[in-house]
Design a protein around this ligand. Structure first.
Ligand SMILES: O=C(CO)[C@H](O)[C@H](O)COP(=O)(O)O
Length: 236
């Protein structure tokens, strides 16, 4: 009997299913977060065993870069490659249209660059991430340049949001992103009505670098769940 908790088992199953779709000779976007971390590990395993050859990984964060190096995946930046064939990444919320909230790991800016460049963007989640309406279980992350923090907060309030500065754990002060910026986690009291309009409106505020709404970018969602005590993966 496995010692792992069901959430970890689901993450592993879904990461394995996504990595099974990767083909030799491709450029792979490497997502961030705990589910994507399993995908990076399994991609490294397939490379090491010789089952896959000629893979280049494009990391979406310092976390995924470190993991990819640890698991022997050759790396490049978006500037080094002429295409990304497939990206595998997690999400914090997924709606029925496959729109996402991402940025629980404060990596959404680089994630959006890499995931949007990919010819195929595969999202890997467990069933707890599925929602009818975005913004109902998770606050929307917005990356902000530090010198614009207060004006950006006021502009977000004018859009109906309630921003709070993300604070670090095991470090005094706020979370600082891989780009040296801050993160506002924004509550929309009734959830998000129109993700496409809000995504653009937030990014139009001077001082906002990127927000965690991913609208119309997902090709496929792989969902890990436990059915009758058995871990399963289904596709949306
Ligand atoms: O967007 C992300 C990081 O910025 C992650 O993909 C998202 O937070 C999901 O993480 P996990 O798989 O650990 O639940």
């Amino acid at each position: 009997m496995s010692q792992l908790d069901p959430a970890t088992i689901m993450k592993q199953q879904v990461a394995r299913a996504a990595v099974a779709r990767v083909k030799s000779g491709t450029v792979v976007g490497l997502g961030s977060g705990s589910t994507a971390a399993f995908a990076i590990e399994y991609l490294g395993d397939r490379l090491k065993s010789g089952e896959l050859t000629d893979i280049i990984g494009v990391p979406t964060s310092f976390q995924s870069e470190v993991l990819a190096k640890q698991f022997g995946i050759p790396l490049a930046t978006p500037n080094d490659v002429d295409r990304i064939d497939v990206a595998i990444d997690g999400a914090d919320e997924v709606d029925p249209q496959k729109n996402l909230i991402k940025g629980g790991g404060a990596a959404h800016t680089r994630e959006k660059i890499v995931d949007c460049l990919a010819a195929e963007f595969i999202v890997v989640v467990d069933a707890s991430k599925l929602v009818d309406r975005l913004g109902t279980t998770f606050l929307l992350p917005v990356e902000v340049l530090p010198m614009a923090l207060e004006p950006v907060k006021r502009a977000i309030v004018a859009l109906g949001g309630e921003p709070q500065l993300r604070m670090a754990v095991k470090k005094a002060g706020p979370v600082v992103t891989d780009q040296g910026n801050l993160v506002l986690d924004v509550k929309f009291p009734n959830g998000i009505d129109d993700p496409a309009t809000l995504e653009k409106a937030l990014n139009n505020i001077p001082g906002v670098l990127e927000n965690g709404l991913f609208v119309g970018t997902t090709d496929c969602v792989l969902i890990g769940e436990i059915v009758d005590g058995e871990p399963q993966v289904r596709q949306m």
